[in-house]
Design a protein around this ligand. Structure first.
Ligand code: BTN
Length: 273
């Protein structure tokens, strides 16, 4: 049975903040909500707050050029356009903001212990349940606009995932034991995006980083990080004020990674989350 928990009508009645969701564009199916949002960003002078939502994507994209599985009637796929008066170097902080909003909304709405894997994976029991793809247009070091694309595996049955993904991926329904209403969850995430974005606009980056630290499951663990500089292993010590990951190498030296992919090296006890 298909549950119609995400329709144009329901989504358009959603929370409208002062900024987030000032206009909502809904597609039953589109190529990628990030592509649609990027097109809008190129056309409009002030795209701040416009939200693109789709029930399905035919060319959903993940980080590192990966495909993002986007079947209909199951998951959340949406992209938020922002036009913050920030520098290009601040883009990672906007990604941290989005993962904090998503993970805390999942905790609050579904009571599931969602955690963050640096920089922007949403995890439950060390399996991926969602991710963020931030894309931006900048000029002379200033942001012209940013597209924050969020994908969450909400009600997808795990048996339709490709076999190679099943060991590393889960869905909220799988963790919660019953379907989660996608429109209501989206509303909670949008409320939190609005809250944290206003905090960043006031210059309070530290408060956001503290919240990210509270929700993360990376710091303190042995990790391997793949970045454009190659692969390094060490202990994840913390993040700096720009959102870069600080790794303590076996030599004792500290190394900062601006962007990359983390793999956990040791088993971990989830009880403290
Ligand atoms: C990742 O973890 O690799 C990021 C996944 C981001 C997926 C979302 S779904 C909505 C938006 N549209 C896309 O094509 N990608 C993002």
């Amino acid at each position: 049975m298909v549950i119609k928990d995400l329709t144009e009508e329901k989504v358009k009645k959603l929370f409208k903040g002062d900024i987030v969701g000032k206009e909502i564009i809904f597609f039953q199916s589109t190529t990628s909500t990030n592509d649609k949002a990027l097109e809008i960003g190129q056309k409009l002078k002030d795209p701040e707050g416009i939200l693109v939502v789709a029930d399905a994507q035919t060319r959903g994209r993940g980080r590192f050029g990966r495909q993002w599985l986007s079947p209909p009637n199951t998951n959340l796929y949406f992209s938020l356009l922002l036009k913050p008066p920030f520098y290009q170097k601040d883009i990672p902080i906007l990604t941290l903001m989005s993962v904090v909003a998503s993970a805390s909304a999942i905790r609050e709405f579904a009571g599931i212990n969602a955690a963050i894997k640096w920089p922007n994976d949403i995890m439950v029991r060390d399996k991926k349940v969602g991710g963020i793809l931030t894309e931006a247009k900048s000029e002379g070091g200033n942001i012209i606009f940013v597209v924050i694309g969020i994908g969450i595996n909400v009600n997808i049955p795990l048996n339709i995932l490709p076999k190679d993904l099943r060991a590393f991926t889960t869905s909220l329904k799988e963790e919660y034991g019953r379907p989660v209403d996608r429109t209501q969850l989206l509303g909670v995430i949008l409320g939190k995006l609005e809250y944290w974005y206003k905090i960043l606009l006031k210059g309070n980056k530290r408060v956001l980083i503290n919240e990210w630290l509270m929700l993360n499951s990376t710091i303190g663990r042995s990790v391997k990080v793949q970045s454009s500089d190659g692969v390094i292993s060490g202990i994840a010590e913390g993040i700096d004020s720009e959102g870069s990951l600080i790794i303590r190498l076996p030599s004792g030296d500290m190394k900062k990674v601006y962007a990359g992919e983390v793999t956990m090296l040791k088993d971990y006890n989830h009880e403290h989350l």
